[in-house]
Structure formats: C-alpha cells, structure tokens
Design a protein around this ligand. Structure first.
Ligand code: ZN
Length: 244
C-alpha cells in the first residue's frame, strides 16, 4: 500500500491541488496530519477536497481547534487570531462539524502513530529539535510516528541501543528506508516554512517500507490575490512566497 502523507494545508486550495496532481494515481490512501484551515483563503474548498480523498485518515490541528472556538487563541499572534476569526466567519456549519469530529491522534496500519504536533501533546507541541524528539519517543509504542505542525520536513531517528536521536533534514526526491524507530514530518502543503516556497508532501510505501519526500510548484500569486481580496493579514500573504 502506498500512502500520500500530507499536513498543514491551511486553506490553500491551489497548493493542495498541485500536490494531488503531482502525486497522480501514485497512492492508495491519504493520511492527513492536521491544520486543514487557518491562514489561507479557501477553507470550505479544502475541506470538500480532503473529505473526498480515498481511504482518508484525517487529524485535528491547532488551527482547526482554534476555528472551532474550543481553545483559547491567546497563544496566537495578532495576525493569526485575525485569520482565525475570518475562518470562523467563512466556514460553513457543515464543514465546521466535519472538523469538530476529527481525532487528535490515531494509530494507522497497526504500527504507525499519527499526530498533528507530537505523540505527547497531539495538538500543540512542536517537535523542532532532538531534545524534544527524544522525549517524545517515550510517548508512542509503535515503530513510527508521523507528525506535522512545524511545517518543516524532517526525520528524527532513535537508535534503541544507544538511545541516541539524530535529525535528518530530507532533500526533495530522496527516498529513506523506514527503520525503527522514526518520527517523520512531511512538511507543509499550504505554508512551507523551510525557506522553500513549494508545497511539500511525502509518499510512504508500506511494502518497500520507504518514504519519499517531494516538492511541487504552485501558483502562489493566485493564492495571494484571493487572500488580499478576503482581507487576510498582509504578513501571511507575504510569507507564502518566502517559504516561511
Ligand atoms: Zn500548521
């Protein structure tokens, strides 16, 4: 089975469509790691597309939770709060109900933990460094854990004998073997933050036990134009082309 692994779409329909086009028919199932909405101009369109993907497993992200009004947005900066309010005003009741039913953490294919932020704190925690990754290996029992949230493609590997954790920043089009134990982040579809503005995704092959990291160009200006029209914060419009 081949899995299209995607995260952090953030209401960017153009980036999502570019990823789906590039992945073609190369996958049997889709695992989406959260943050369907927030920042971008297309929350309803993105919910509609994601819901229709084959054999979908979808998770709740912190921006999805904020849109539901279930969490305090004090931890968000001014612009992020503004974007949350815009999304709340724009999303349809039906799509909001869909988001409200997303789980925060699941085990997929019997041996892979999926969480938006981290296995320890599925919605909120960022795994940005080796120390936090090392702590988080104690919070899941499966061989692998797939996460999003940081918008940075990354692989953390735990050597169970030495207890040492290493970080690999995967380059595009590189294929890595899945060898226990790993925490893997495919990067962000709709708002990459590794200074590469192209949409990021990964393909996981559960027969070959491998993961391939990929990037694809999309029409950033078209998304920026829709954001301007919607009155979304200029900071978020600018950062799309900077890949940050
Ligand atoms: Zn996000």
């Amino acid at each position: 089975m081949r899995i299209l692994l995607i995260s952090d779409i953030h209401a960017n329909l153009t980036a999502l469509q570019a990823v789906l086009n590039a992945a073609g028919s190369d996958y049997d199932a889709v695992w989406f790691l959260g943050d369907l909405v927030g920042y971008g101009p297309d929350p309803n369109e993105c919910v509609d597309v994601v819901r229709s993907l084959p054999h979908l497993v979808a998770l709740l992200g912190n921006h999805d939770a904020a849109t539901m009004g279930r969490i305090n947005t004090d931890a968000f900066n001014v612009e992020a709060r503004q974007a949350v309010r815009w999304t709340q005003d724009t999303i349809t009741p039906e799509n909001l109900a869909y988001i409200e039913n997303l789980p925060a953490k699941v085990i997929a294919d019997d041996d892979i933990t999926l969480a938006h932020g981290s296995p320890r704190q599925p919605v909120w925690e960022y795994i940005l460094n080796i120390r936090v990754a090392a702590e988080n290996f104690q919070f899941f029992d499966t061989a692998y854990c797939f996460i999003g949230h940081t918008h940075l493609p990354s692989i953390f590997h735990l050597d169970e004998r030495t207890r040492r954790v290493d970080l690999v920043v995967p380059l595009e089009n590189t294929i890595f073997d899945l060898t226990p134990r790993l925490i893997i982040n495919p990067g962000s579809v709709g708002q990459p933050r590794d200074k590469d503005s192209r949409a990021a995704y990964a393909l996981v092959d559960l027969e070959q036990m491998s993961v391939e990291f990929r990037r694809v160009d999309y029409d950033i200006a078209a998304v920026q134009a829709r954001m301007s029209e919607a009155g979304l914060p200029q900071k978020h419009i600018n950062r799309l082309e900077l890949g940050w």
